[in-house]
Design a protein around this ligand. Structure first.
Ligand code: 6PG
Length: 251
């Protein structure tokens, strides 16, 4: 099951996303004593990260009980401008009182990306119990999600949680580390996010198309949730990204 919420603009989209994080954090910490938050890369999440680091959200979330994981990472050094970790650190992680050991960084600088993928999967299982309370997933213009690009063999990966994508046809043109569909199934709640008219066709394909995931990786979010995945998928768009959809409910 998936839900669609459409905000009038990026400001409304940002509040809707941040509200979802705060609510999920309250529920997870009350139920299990911790909140495992999965961050996506790219530029879409930046206003959400900045909102979470500001009032009222910064004080509303018990950051000492938050574990941060990454859905994907570029194979670049930690302070490279293309690093998803660097972007999250500058907009959010360095501004809130997280426990450093609870931020599980994918080591994009690793010389052996396959070994790093295996290490990260083990760390995810050990430090986060191998599950996510809320996972953000951005949407590429080509309808990719995470670093699962159209035609990638990793789209059919249902055993390993993390794999390396070597030289994918993506921008920026660097190798990646990425969660797989197996990891998507470990998320209690997935928030698929997109803003701007440039994502309208990808959002239409993802939400209203019937392409297979091999051609439209975002179709993985239409797949029936695996047994044990209690939550669902919520698409949170602004009106521009929803511009090609038949029906657009309000956020
Ligand atoms: C990455 C992202 C990727 C991103 C989409 C959207 O590392 O590139 O994880 O999946 O979410 O490409 O990117 P924008 O938000 O920059 O449009």
């Amino acid at each position: 099951m998936s839900e669609l919420r459409v905000a009038d603009d990026v400001a409304g989209f940002t509040v809707a996303c941040a509200d979802r994080v705060a609510a999920a954090a309250r529920e997870a910490i009350a139920a299990r004593g911790r909140f495992v938050l999965g961050l996506t890369g790219g530029s879409t999440p930046e206003p959400i990260h900045r909102a979470l680091a500001s009032a009222p959200y910064a004080a509303a979330i018990d950051w000492a009980r938050v574990v941060v994981v990454f859905g994907d990472e570029r194979a670049v050094p930690i302070d490279d401008p293309r690093s998803n970790y660097r972007a999250a650190r500058e907009a959010l992680l360095r501004h809130v009182p997280l426990v450093e050991a609870h931020v599980l960084r994918m080591r994009g600088e690793a010389a052996d990306l396959d070994a790093e993928a295996r290490r990260y999967a083990e760390a995810f299982e050990r430090e986060a119990g191998g599950e996510l309370d809320l996972l953000f997933v951005g949407l590429g213009r080509d309808a990719h999600i995470l670093s699962l690009f159209p035609g990638s063999p990793a789209i059919a990966e249902h055993a390993r949680l993390v794999v390396a994508e070597l030289d994918p046809p993506m921008d920026p043109a660097v190798s990646r580390l990425t969660f797989t569909p197996a990891a998507l199934g470990r998320a209690r709640q997935v928030l698929a996010i997109a803003t701007g008219a440039g994502k309208a066709e990808a959002a239409r394909r993802a939400l209203e198309g019937d392409e297979p995931a091999s051609a439209c990786p975002a179709a993985l979010l239409r797949a029936p949730r695996p047994a044990g995945a209690t939550g669902g998928v919520t698409w949170l768009l602004d009106r521009a990204a929803a511009g090609s959809l038949r029906a657009t409910p309000t956020a």
